[in-house]
Design a protein around this ligand. Structure first.
Ligand code: GDP
Ligand code: MG
Length: 295
């Protein structure tokens, strides 16, 4: 009989390198929202891949940045914790990128006691020569890592990396029930889906001032009824979110509903409204309420 393996695989890297894309590719579900903007991911999200004799718990983290306000400090706490409980670390970079923006994190990585796989992502955008230069550069920068050029988007070498992680996982019973896909509640995915549509539909600072809270999630046999509030920091932002005759908000609602129906596999009724909540990003009490808390 083969022994059961289980463990935590944590993905770390600069913003926008493709961390969330890789986690979704591993899990085969859209658990993490993806956009071309930095700071799309604010939380640590677990995606769980279950097999007969293994359980791989993959965690997506926010991109490493220098924090400018309380919300970002909390985001970096999530990254810090990702170093502490990993069985395998995935350090993701993209073609053309130099070292991690935070020196402390970089030191943790090069001094890591757990195995590090360094993934050079987006190789679909590179030629052979570029690729070879990059591989050589990273081998030198992080000598303790195994280097894998991949494309998370085009699914290139993703399976190879997955199999290597499986080899590295320790023997252990599962940590979560074998039918569980993630550690986050359903409402979290509603909030995140709406936030993704806001990131896609509004420019400049608007998305960074937004938090979404789902106040109602009522599921019956045929339909799920949801009511969510979009919080902004100022009245002017509220006007922009709603748009002329409500058109902008309506668009967000329609796009979010389409994704949520796919995610939950059920008809969805989604009610959205906008509320001003001054300076929530700098208020520790509010941040705790929205789940940006390690304790
Ligand atoms: P994160 O900030 O590290 O989580 O990055 P995301 O997963 O949100 O991806 C950032 C952007 O890079 C998105 O526009 C993705 O579609 C894109 N992306 C991710 N992986 C690849 C890849 O392998 N190749 C290319 N060309 N783009 C990618
Ligand atoms: Mg992300």
């Amino acid at each position: 009989m083969t022994k059961h393996k289980a463990g935590f695989v944590n993905i770390i890297g600069n913003p926008n390198v493709g961390k969330s894309t890789l986690m979704n590719a591993f899990v085969g579900e859209k658990l993490s929202i993806i956009t071309s903007k930095a700071q799309t991911t604010r939380h640590r999200i677990f995606g769980i891949v279950n097999g007969d004799d293994f359980q791989m718990i993959i965690s997506d983290t926010p991109g490493v940045i220098k924090p400018a306000y309380e919300l970002q400090k909390s985001m970096m706490d999530f990254v810090r914790s990702a170093f502490d409980d990993a069985d395998v670390l995935l350090y993701m970079v993209e073609i053309g990128e130099k070292a991690l923006k935070d020196e402390d994190f970089f030191k943790k990585l090069t001094g890591s006691k757990v195995p590090v796989l360094l993934l050079i992502n987006k190789i679909d955008k590179a030629d052979q020569e570029q690729l070879e230069t990059q591989v050589a550069y990273w081998r030198e920068q992080v000598p303790n890592a195994e280097v894998y050029p991949i494309s998370a988007l085009e699914n290139f070498s993703v399976e190879q990396v997955f199999n290597r992680i499986l080899e590295l996982l320790p023997e252990s019973p599962p940590f979560y029930p074998k039918d569980q896909l993630t550690d986050k509640p359903e409402r979290f995915f509603v909030n995140e889906t709406i936030r993704e549509k806001i990131l896609l539909n509004y420019k400049k600072e608007i998305p960074y001032a937004v938090e979404v809270e789902t106040e109602e999630f009522l599921e019956d046999e045929k339909i799920i009824r949801m009511r969510s509030v979009i919080m902004v920091e100022r009245d002017t932002q509220k006007g922009i979110i709603i748009g002329h005759k409500g058109a902008a908000l309506k668009k967000v609602g329609v796009q979010a509903r389409e994704d949520l129906e796919k995610f939950f596999g059920k008809q969805v009724h989604l009610e959205l409204y906008v509320k001003v909540n001054k300076n929530w990003r700098s208020d520790q009490r509010q941040l705790r309420r929205f789940g940006y808390d390690q304790k």
